[in-house]
Design a protein around this ligand. Structure first.
Ligand code: AMP
Length: 291
């Protein structure tokens, strides 16, 4: 079976068959299993997911897979940072039990022809700017869930639309996984940790926290009674003034439907979401609007 042991004892499964053998052994011993899907280039944000997974399950699997089907043709699939040795050491330190690092052909063998689309939730925000992205995400997460059959799977609120899509997919296809959202981990200056922050130059890195600051200002303004479209427009202006090249969107949405709100009602949970471009990076962020 395709296991490669590491010095620290953390094994890596390269094939679905090897993954299933390991999970089957755990199940036979009565253990619960949590899955943390990632694209690698791990940082403290991923670490928070792993720690949350360890609190709710006996065994933790981290998948490392840069999923080609969720990248558009002009996106950064080739450039995406990859360092499996470093990621393995990071996981080992956090007490992960198994890495699942399949090849592209293991996940998408010749003849692969199935794609999963979650309608509605994928149409706005990032879905409008990254056609096909969420189909790639939904398809690979459905595969990971059926490959590993975890009790729980953990995802970051940083990718808020992705989390909503996965919750919907899990319900709609009766995948039966306990999908857990984990709050965004940030740098001291507020920038959300992201593998793509590695693309930022020193100057861009200084500009980057403006995205979070402008969302904070907008969320405060909306909660204080400002009109939603005006507050979002102001946030967009702030981000551009700080030095971002362009803003894809700033929207205040209903947390369940992700439909943009025209008016904020404190009784109805809302979230402000944004994506903006800075140098080679496209940064996203979001936060709750609390009335
Ligand atoms: P990625 O490797 O970027 O695809 O992310 C894998 C998982 O980590 C996703 O569920 C992300 O939402 C989550 N994640 C990424 N960055 C953060 C962060 N700063 N805080 C919390 N979770 C994060």
């Amino acid at each position: 079976m395709a296991f490669a042991a590491r010095s620290g004892g953390l094994a890596t499964a390269r094939s679905v068959a090897a993954l299933r053998v390991r999970v089957g052994d755990w199940r036979a011993d009565g253990h619960t299993v949590a899955l943390v899907p990632t694209m690698g280039a791990l940082h403290r944000g991923h670490g928070a997911l792993i720690e949350a997974a360890r609190r709710i399950a006996d065994r933790v699997i981290v998948s490392l897979f840069v999923n080609p089907t969720q990248f558009g043709p002009s996106e950064d699939f080739q450039a995406y940072p990859r360092d499996e040795g470093r990621d393995a050491a990071f996981c080992d330190d956090l007490g992960v039990d198994l890495l699942f690092a399949p090849t592209v052909t293991e996940m998408y063998p010749a003849g692969f022809a199935t794609s999963i689309r979650v309608a509605g939730l994928t149409e706005g925000q990032c879905g409008a700017f990254r056609p096909g992205h969420f189909d790639g995400v939904a398809t690979v997460v459905a595969k990971l869930f059926t490959q590993a059959r975890p009790d729980s799977a953990l995802f970051g609120e940083k990718d808020f639309q992705q989390l909503a899509v996965i919750r919907r997919l899990n319900r709609d296809l009766d995948l039966g996984v306990n999908v857990v959202g984990v709050p965004t981990v940030r740098e001291a200056d507020g920038l959300a940790l992201s593998s793509r922050n590695a693309y930022l130059s020193a100057d861009e890195r200084r500009i980057a926290p403006a995205l979070y600051r402008s969302l904070q200002d907008a969320a405060r303004a909306i909660a204080g009674g400002a009109r939603v479209p005006a507050a979002c427009a102001e946030a967009r202006e702030q981000v551009l003034k700080a030095g971002f090249a362009s803003v894809d969107y700033v929207e205040c949405v209903d947390v369940d439907s992700l439909k943009p709100l025209v008016e904020f009602e404190p009784a109805r949970p809302a979230r402000i979401l944004a994506a903006a471009r800075l140098g080679r990076a496209r940064l996203i962020d979001n936060l709750a609007v609390i009335g």
